[in-house]
Design a protein around this ligand. Sequence first.
Ligand code: ATP
Ligand code: MG
Length: 272
Amino acid sequence: MNAASNRQPVLSAQGLQRSFGAVVAAADVCIDIQQGERLCLIGSNGAGKTTFVNMITGYLKPSAGRILLAGEDITQRSPREITLKGVARSFQIPQLYLHMSVLDNVLAAWHANQGSRHFLRPAHDAESVARSMDLLERFGLQTMAMQTVRELPGGVRKLLDIAMALTGQPKLLLLDEPTSGVSADEKYATMDTVVQAIERSQEQVSVVFVEHDMDIVRRYASRVAAFYSGRVIADGQAEQVITDPEVQRHVTGLAPASRTSHALSAHREATA
Ligand SMILES: Nc1ncnc2c1ncn2[C@@H]1O[C@H](COP(=O)(O)OP(=O)(O)OP(=O)(O)O)[C@@H](O)[C@H]1O
Ligand SMILES: [Mg+2]
């Protein structure tokens, strides 16, 4: 047992279950998230990654199991209550106000997090604008502040969505596919920007992110949980999980090393 496992987790998901008709999207999912950890969720399409994120953030209620945030049961809480308790998220498809400027989107997020009902017509007071511009600067978006979101490419929208999630000053941030829709050569720059922006937060933020590109997973994850058919089939250090034969069979699509070596030996024998 290492030191981290002695501490209370930031979040503990215990035995979560959820089905959609005959589809089991979560079958007894158990994951503890430790402080300061960068946990990556991997799994093929439909494996249950977004379902997990949706349950943690209150968008979807599990049919069984419970979710503890720093020991407090939040299983039946609304998304808004959970956000106010310090759990923020971005979406697989960014949820932005397309007709508004980048700055107004961030201002709206600050105001919504403070409980304002008028967040869609956010006040432009000097203090709010200053801290919004500071946040945009952390994401390299300050020069786009006055542009309408509709004019911006997908990668920029992803960054803006994540910046808006940080306005809640979360302890736990869940990012659903932060690099999807970002071109291959921009993925590392996007992740570098996100990680650096999060590290500049006042509090230590634990991050859970969903990712399909194993090179990105290796570079940025401190821990990996692999989903398959609503179950966590492996959970541990990145290399250990990625090279796990079950994970290679069901997630990464590679032949397990043992099967490859068997096939190679058979081939050598056949051609000897
Ligand atoms: N609201 C819903 N209604 C019906 N079925 C759903 C719903 N949400 C998820 N599902 C189903 O549950 C399963 C898990 O979906 P989920 O979105 O969690 O997968 P995922 O791992 O995020 O996949 P992807 O990599 O494609 O985003 C899928 O079969 C999906 O079709
Ligand atoms: Mg998903």
